[in-house]
Design a protein around this ligand. Structure first.
Ligand SMILES: [Zn+2]
Length: 254
């Protein structure tokens, strides 16, 4: 029963995140007005606003102007509950589940806004840092320094890489937004976990670049936003840290 309720709740949250993804970078209010078609401003009626279902029933088109609604709306409405369910599978209904779910709900709009606008907004990362610190300290008050060190490690490592990139390539390789994102995720974790997350982020990004160049979708001069890789690394650590460490100990340390 719980997973079903969680799925519905996650889809509703995903629907709200779509509003955030569209409106926050455009400096529009995320509370009012209600949902509208981004093309003809047609106000969505309740039945057109049911997460996942409406997209399928309307076959991805606005009921009024018939303009194609970006597939992103559907992806976010499905992705959000699926990611929350994987966290639930690992932690059950518990404090870590609550904390990690909130981290994921921050990461999803960060990723999709970064993909669309090449921007990681302070409006998300700065409150996210405060939230991460508060939740981590509430979880283990005696170890209040862990999330603080996590923030410093996450932000610090990316800042160092940004400076090195500046010196070596004479151009910006890592933006301030990435640095703040690293610090935000660190606030939800401890130094070891955020460093593992960033290591995985670089690993996934390198793999993505190599595959992209091999299949000819990516040229050497193409730049790709790094935020989605940082988020992917963080998600992997949140959900699969035990498995990653076991894999490392079993295969690489041998
Ligand atoms: Zn429309």
């Amino acid at each position: 029963m719980e997973p079903a309720i969680l799925f519905v709740l996650g889809a509703i949250l995903g629907s709200f995140l779509n509003v955030v993804i569209y409106r926050l970078p455009r400096k529009q209010s995320i509370v009012s007005p209600g949902s509208t078609c981004p093309f003809c401003s047609h106000r969505l009626r309740p039945w057109e606003n049911v997460p996942i279902v409406s997209y399928l029933v309307l076959r991805g088109r606005c009921s009024k102007c018939r303009h194609r609604i970006p597939i992103r709306y559907f992806i976010v409405e499905v992705l959000t509950p699926v990611l929350l369910l994987t966290v639930f599978a690992f932690y059950g209904l518990s404090w870590p589940f609550f904390k990690n779910s909130l981290l994921i709900l921050l990461l999803i709009p960060i990723v999709f806004i970064d993909l669309d606008h090449r921007l990681i907004l302070n409006k998300i990362t700065l409150p996210g840092m405060a939230l991460g610190l508060a939740l981590s300290i509430a979880e283990h008050p005696q170890q209040f320094y862990q999330p603080v060190l996590g923030m410093l490690a996450g932000g610090g490592l990316l800042w160092l890489i940004a400076i090195l990139g500046q010196i070596m390539y004479k151009q910006e390789s890592m933006g301030g937004g990435d640095i703040k994102l690293g610090a935000m995720i660190g606030a939800f974790m401890n130094p070891q976990s955020i460093l593992l997350a960033l290591f995985l982020a670089f690993f996934i990004a390198a793999l993505f670049s190599v595959v992209g160049m091999v299949i000819g979708k990516l040229q050497r001069h193409n730049t790709i936003p790094f935020g989605p890789f940082i988020a992917a690394g963080a998600y992997a650590v949140v959900s699969f840290k035990q498995q990653i460490v076991m894999l490392y100990l079993n295969y690489i340390m041998r």
